[in-house]
Design a protein around this ligand. Structure first.
Ligand SMILES: Nc1ncnc2c1ncn2[C@@H]1O[C@H](COP(=O)(O)OP(=O)(O)OP(=O)(O)O)[C@@H](O)[C@H]1O
Length: 361
C-alpha cells in the first residue's frame, strides 16, 4: 500500500442470508454488496452514490466492520481490519468514525452534550472532569456550537444542530476516516449546505478522509475529490469528481446525472433526461450478464450474457460497460476484453447489434 493510501477495499462482499420455514433454513442470499473494490487516500473525499438499495450503506458499514463482510478484504492504514481481534478492532475503530443519516436516533436522549461528546474523550484520550469539558467545548466550537450548549439535551436542538453534535462526537477520538452515510438527507434543504460546508471545512482543517455516501450526485459532486457510482451491489464507475460529472462513462451514471437540474439551458439540453425503466432489480437475484442491462437504454444482446469488467478509460476513470462509448486506455475493442464472468454462450458467438437509438426517454 502506498504511503498516502488510507483504505484499500478489495473484492468486498456482504450477503445477507434469507431464512424461512420452521427450522429457519437459509433459502436465499441478499447480495447487498457483491464484489466491490476501491481505495481512499489520506485526506481525500470519496463520494459513493447510487439509488436506494444499491448497497452504499452496507459498504460503509462493512468497511468499518460494523457488520462482518462475507468475503474480500479491507485494509486500513496497511492493517487488514478483518483479521483484528475485538480489542485491536476497538482501538482501530477509534480512527474510523461514522456519521449516520438520522441525528435524532444517533444521540442518547438522556445524555447531555457534555456526556455524548465527552464519552469518546474519556474512553480514547482518558480525559475527565474539567479537562473533558474543555475539550468538548473546543469540539463544539469546531462544529459551530458554543460552550453554553454543554449541559443541554438533544431535544433542545434543531436537526442541523444535532448533526453538528454527532460530528463533534465523531471527531473526539481524532479519526483519520469519517464514513458519512447520507449525513444531510434527513435535514431541511436550507440546512443541508451548511452541514456539507462544515464537513468540508473539517476535512480540510484536520486532513480527515471522508467516505461520503449519498443518493444525490449533486450533493456528492460538491464535496468529493473522486466519485464512485454503485448499482446493485457493484461499483460501475469511479473517477475524479469533475470527470465523472462532466464526462460520465457508464450509462447508469449518465442517467443519474440527467436527473440533476442544471441552471444552464444549453447544458440541460445536452443532458436530456434519461428515465430508467422500472426499479432497481432485487439483490436476491441480480440479472445475469451486466446487472444494469434490464434498465439500460443502450442494452445489446451481449449485455445479457457478459458481466463486463472494469476498464481503465482514456482521459481518466474506470468504468464497467461493454459499449464503445469512450476510448479505452488499451485501445481494445469490446470483444477483446476478458469478461468478469460469462454465461453459457461464448462471447464471440454473440452478435452485437447497433446501439439502439431512441433509447433515451
Ligand atoms: N440486514 C439486512 N438483511 C437483509 N437485507 C439487507 C440488510 N441490510 C440491507 N439489506 C438489503 O441490501 C440491499 C442494499 O441495502 P443498503 O441499505 O446497503 O443500500 P443503500 O444503497 O444504502 O440504500 P438506502 O439509501 O435505501 O439505505 C437492499 O436491498 C437492502 O434491502
Amino acid at each position: 500500500m502506498s504511503d498516502d493510501m488510507l483504505v484499500k477495499v478489495q473484492g468486498l462482499q456482504k450477503h445477507f442470508p434469507v431464512r424461512s420455514g420452521l427450522f429457519g433454513r437459509v433459502t436465499a442470499q441478499v447480495r447487498a454488496v457483491d464484489g466491490v473494490d476501491f481505495e481512499i487516500h489520506r485526506g481525500e473525499t470519496l463520494g459513493l452514490v447510487g439509488e436506494s438499495g444499491s448497497g452504499k450503506s452496507t459498504t460503509g458499514r462493512a468497511v468499518l466492520r460494523l457488520i462482518e463482510p462475507s468475503a474480500g478484504s479491507v485494509h486500513f492504514d496497511g492493517v487488514d481490519i478483518l483479521s483484528l481481534d475485538s480489542g485491536a478492532l476497538r482501538r482501530t475503530r477509534a480512527r474510523m468514525q461514522m456519521i449516520f443519516q438520522d441525528p435524532y436516533s444517533s444521540l442518547d436522549p438522556q445524555a447531555t452534550v457534555a456526556d455524548s461528546v465527552g464519552e469518546p474523550l474519556r474512553v480514547h484520550r482518558g480525559l475527565r472532569g474539567r479537562a473533558r469539558d474543555d475539550a468538548v467545548v473546543e469540539l463544539l466550537e469546531t462544529v459551530g456550537l458554543q460552550a453554553r450548549h454543554l449541559r443541554r439535551f438533544p431535544y433542545e436542538f434543531s436537526g442541523g444542530q444535532r448533526q453538528r453534535i454527532c460530528i463533534a462526537r465523531a471527531l473526539a477520538p481524532s479519526p483519520d476516516l469519517l464514513v458519512c452515510d447520507e449525513p444531510v438527507s434527513a435535514l431541511d434543504v436550507s440546512i443541508q449546505a451548511q452541514v456539507i460546508n462544515l464537513l468540508e471545512d473539517i476535512q480540510q482543517e484536520f486532513g480527515i478522509a471522508l467516505l461520503f455516501i449519498s443518493h444525490d450526485l449533486a450533493v456528492v459532486r460538491h464535496i468529493s475529490d473522486r466519485i464512485a457510482v454503485m448499482y446493485l451491489g457493484r461499483i460501475v464507475e469511479i473517477g475524479e469528481a469533475e470527470q465523472v460529472y462532466t464526462q460520465p462513462r457508464h450509462p447508469y451514471t449518465e442517467a443519474l446525472l440527467s436527473a440533476i437540474p442544471v441552471p444552464d439551458p444549453v447544458v440541460q439540453r445536452r443532458r436530456d433526461r434519461i428515465v430508467l425503466d422500472g426499479d432497481i432489480p432485487s439483490p436476491l437475484a441480480p440479472p445475469p450478464g451486466c446487472r444494469f442491462h434490464t434498465r439500460c437504454p443502450y442494452a445489446m444482446d451481449v449485455c445479457r450474457e457478459v458481466d463486463p469488467p472494469m476498464t481503465q478509460m482514456a482521459g481518466g476513470g474506470v468504468a464497467c460497460h461493454l459499449h464503445d462509448r469512450g476510448p479505452r486506455l488499451d485501445g481494445r475493442s469490446v470483444l477483446e476484453i476478458e469478461p468478469r464472468s460469462r454465461a453459457a454462450e461464448p462471447v464471440h458467438a454473440l452478435k452485437i447489434p447497433e446501439i439502439r437509438s431512441g433509447g433515451m426517454k
